[in-house]
Design a protein around this ligand. Structure first.
Ligand SMILES: Cc1cc2nc3c(=O)[nH]c(=O)nc-3n(C[C@H](O)[C@H](O)[C@H](O)COP(=O)(O)O)c2cc1C
Ligand SMILES: Nc1ncnc2c1ncn2[C@@H]1O[C@H](COP(=O)(O)OP(=O)(O)OP(=O)(O)O)[C@@H](O)[C@H]1O
Ligand SMILES: [Mg+2]
Length: 508
């Protein structure tokens, strides 16, 4: 069988692994369902073209167990469904029909929408499972596994996704290695094809021409990293994915600029901090940074390097704070569980992120990018990467949770600055009116100071009034903090009046 032979003879180890995994899924489906119960959803796109040839190979191998066959071109009995639409590109339509003829596909052409088309088809035929060319990174892949039942509200069938874990690069490695035909649009700069209304060639493949004649494009396989695959597709921006601030009880976004009180919670992940082996300096720095831009930090926690501990803390903090910051436990080690904990807190799984993998590859080469790079697995469907030219690897943001990879103060300083400057952060760290603070010291005893300070708190409930001492021998420091400098000044004067003249002096 030519496909199986081409892949087995190639020296692309990663492609072989992906191929074997996909063939495994296909063969399990062929073992679970009869041929009449299976269907293949084919639309002439690159992913479904890959799937067609994998199904041909998988079917050939499956049948080989039962009888001898040389796997002729016309040997493909799985019912194929194509939702034909007037808004599809003519090239896609032509390729789909030509391919059906070449490979003898028994094609059911449906002209309704997906859901009602499937409802009618499943009433008429004994179909129980449908093969799809869905890949992680596709908007519709979120939450799907290789075998995923159709969603509630859809007719009941099993969605079988043999190439779910394939990347853009894997798709092209397969198509080029197996030397199969694909739709001509992929040679004209199209990298992912939707309808004629929402798809244009990928500008990143444009070949600049100064003559002003028709713009030319490089072929899709030359797009070096898959993160740009959808650059030619009209964006459907999901409001929830880019939302930084929780909606208020009326479902309205909190207008951060109007809001002078935004809160951030800090979570350090580190057994070593809890055992006292390492002193946490990053939490201190983050508190200072947040305070300097007018944010308030109601709590900072240290949790163990344990998925459930991280998940529990994140789950609590993300719903009660505008932002949550994590550090520690990021990397390839067994104890690096922070991202898994964040994924668990949001109820999603970790999935390979091709864009992130590309950055890691630039940083650490192919050291750990064999068949699977664990470090490139990020919470699926909720992760945004925040880029900055000074960051070798982007920062990870999962809705209102940001994960720093910094391991010391200077790395965190740099990542913080990049976060503030990053255009991708969607203003999630909007600077607020800064705090105005006055520190006053006194040699009065705590007992003498206690009652007047309690009264002051009642008189200025809008201000934060706190006290601390560096040691029992040193003076008591009273700090008065608020967003209105005039109020802070009034409180300082009121405090002085409650004591003998000269009892308090102001320090910086
Ligand atoms: C055979 C088939 C089965 C599908 N099953 C489901 C499903 O179970 N749940 C769902 O939400 N969408 C399902 N879809 C719809 C796709 O997830 C997706 O909405 C569709 O490919 C359209 O993508 P577009 O909006 O980018 O055009 C199915 C589509 C096809 C072709
Ligand atoms: N009109 C359709 N008819 C039948 N199946 C479809 C149709 N549209 C989508 N599908 C199924 O959904 C899968 C995912 O579609 P998607 O558009 O992401 O991939 P593709 O069309 O194969 O490749 P590309 O990303 O280059 O457009 C397809 O591989 C196919 O199995
Ligand atoms: Mg498509």
């Amino acid at each position: 069988m030519e496909i199986d032979k081409a892949i087995r003879e190639s020296d692309d180890r990663r492609l072989k692994t992906k191929y074997n995994n996909a063939i495994y899924v296909i063969r399990r489906a062929l073992a679970l369902y009869s041929i009449e119960e299976l269907a293949f959803s084919f639309n002439g796109g690159k992913d479904s073209t890959v799937l067609l040839h994998l199904l041909r190979a998988g079917y050939f191998l499956h049948r080989g167990e039962q009888s001898c066959s040389n796997g002729s071109l016309m040997d493909f009995p799985i019912r194929t469904i194509y939702f034909e639409s007037t808004s599809a590109f003519p090239e896609i339509n032509l390729f789909t029909h030509d391919t059906a003829t070449i490979y003898g596909l028994q094609m059911d052409i449906l002209r309704s929408d997906f859901k009602s088309g499937l409802e009618a088809l499943l009433k008429a035929k004994p179909i129980r499972a449908i093969f799809l060319g869905v890949r992680i990174g596709d908007p519709t892949a979120v939450g799907q596994e290789q075998f995923s039942p159709s969603s509630p509200g859809w007719p009941p069938f099993m969605r079988v996704n043999p190439i779910l874990d394939w990347s853009y690069r894997d798709v092209w490695a397969f198509l080029l290695t197996s030397k199969v035909q694909y739709c001509s649009l992929y040679n004209q700069g199209y990298t992912s094809i939707g309808s004629i209304h929402d798809t244009i060639p990928n500008a990143l493949l444009s070949i600049s021409n100064s003559s002003g004649s028709k713009e030319n494009f490089k072929p899709a396989y030359l797009l070096s990293d898959g993160r740009l695959e959808r650059a030619g597709r009209a964006k459907k921006v999901s409001a929830s994915a880019s939302r930084c601030f929780p909606a208020d009880e009326n479902g309205m976004d909190v207008d951060s600029n109007q809001n002078s009180m935004l809160t951030a919670s800090i979570i350090a992940v580190g057994d070593e901090i809890l055992s006292g082996t390492v002193e946490d300096q990053l939490g201190h720095l983050l508190c200072k940074k947040l305070h300097s831009i007018g944010w308030s930090v109601p709590q900072a926690a240290v949790v163990r390097n344990d998925i459930d501990s991280v998940a529990e803390e994140v789950e609590q903090r993300k719903s009660t704070n505008n932002m949550v910051f994590l550090y520690g436990g990021v990397g390839p080690l067994h104890s690096d569980v922070t991202l898994a904990g964040v994924a668990k807190a949001f109820g999603v799984r970790l999935a390979p992120d091709e864009e992130f993998e590309e950055y890691l590859r630039m940083l650490i080469g192919y050291q750990c990018t064999g068949d699977r790079n664990e470090m490139a697995q990020l919470p699926e469907g909720i992760t945004e990467l925040l880029h900055h030219e000074r960051l070798p690897v982007p920062l990870i943001k999962c809705q209102n949770v940001i994960i720093f990879s910094a391991t010391n103060v200077s790395e965190l300083e740099m990542q913080w600055d990049c976060l503030i400057e990053s255009k991708d952060s969607g203003g999630c760290l909007v600077p607020l009116k800064p705090y105005s603070t006055k520190h006053l010291t006194t040699h009065s005893s705590d007992v003498e100071a206690a009652q007047p300070l309690s009264k002051l708190c009642l008189e200025f409930p809008d201000l934060y009034i706190g006290c601390y001492r560096k040691s029992r021998q040193e003076p008591l420091v009273v700090s008065i903090k608020g967003k209105d400098p005039a109020r802070v000044q009034s409180a300082a004067e009121a405090l002085r009046k409650k004591f003998n003249p000269g009892a308090f002096s102001e320090i910086n």
